[in-house]
Ligand binder design. Structure first.
Ligand SMILES: CC(C)(COP(=O)(O)OP(=O)(O)OC[C@H]1O[C@@H](n2cnc3c(N)ncnc32)[C@H](O)[C@@H]1OP(=O)(O)O)[C@@H](O)C(=O)NCCC(=O)NCCS
Length: 162
């Protein structure tokens, strides 16, 4: 399988919105308007995975000086700090047909490497309990239950310190 990981472009808006809707329940999925804002605001930390021209997954997140993600960050692109300390991960998605082949891991390793090269202090994310073990494999530490109530679910704060 020839997977290409590349920076997002404005033309990818519909495709990433569709991938998100197929990966998350409606209450948790980011809307098209939100992706439009993210693509405009931090394209340098928004990457898509493509096979034969089809987007099958992506990873994205703004930059922050905080060590945990608060809910406001998801909806307010003005909170993005281009020269900040921590790369956040707002979303990691891979469509069902392509899961368990390491594509999310490739996207994670790509963003981690880009963050390292940019001189960040680390990467932060929130995840559900079932994925704590998965993110630990990349070196993330669990900081416990997050203050985020995104989509009415319970989330955990994870941090990877460089
Ligand atoms: C999580 C997700 C991105 C993984 O994509 P992927 O390309 O299949 O990931 P990889 O092939 O790198 O790794 C698969 C791993 O994810 C784990 N995983 C995926 N979904 C899981 C779940 N619901 N519960 C527990 N583990 C899960 C698998 O057990 C596997 O672990 P292993 O490496 O120990 O075998 C994909 O399942 C997805 O898009 N899910 C829906 C959206 C989501 O929950 N995103 C994460 C938001 S924090």
């Amino acid at each position: 399988m020839d997977i290409k990981i590349r920076r997002v472009s404005a033309a990818d808006l519909d495709a990433v919105t569709e991938v998100e809707a197929s990966c998350f329940p409606e209450a948790e999925a980011a809307a098209k308007a939100s992706f439009e804002q993210r693509i405009k605001t931090f394209p340098e930390s928004f990457f898509v995975a493509e096979i034969a021209g089809k987007i099958i997954g992506f990873i994205n997140g703004c930059i922050s000086n905080e060590t945990t993600i608060c809910d406001e960050l998801f909806s307010d692109a003005t909170l993005h700090v281009p020269n900040g300390d921590y790369q956040t991960i707002f979303g990691l998605d891979v469509i069902l047909d392509y899961r368990n082949q390491g594509i999310a891991a490739q996207l994670m390793n790509h963003l981690i490497e880009v963050s390292r090269l940019a001189g960040r202090k680390g990467v932060i994310l929130t995840c559900k309990e079932k994925l704590i073990r998965y993110y630990s494999k990349f070196g993330f530490e669990n900081k416990g239950v997050s203050s985020s109530g995104h989509g009415g679910a319970e989330w955990y704060d994870m941090i990877l310190k460089f």
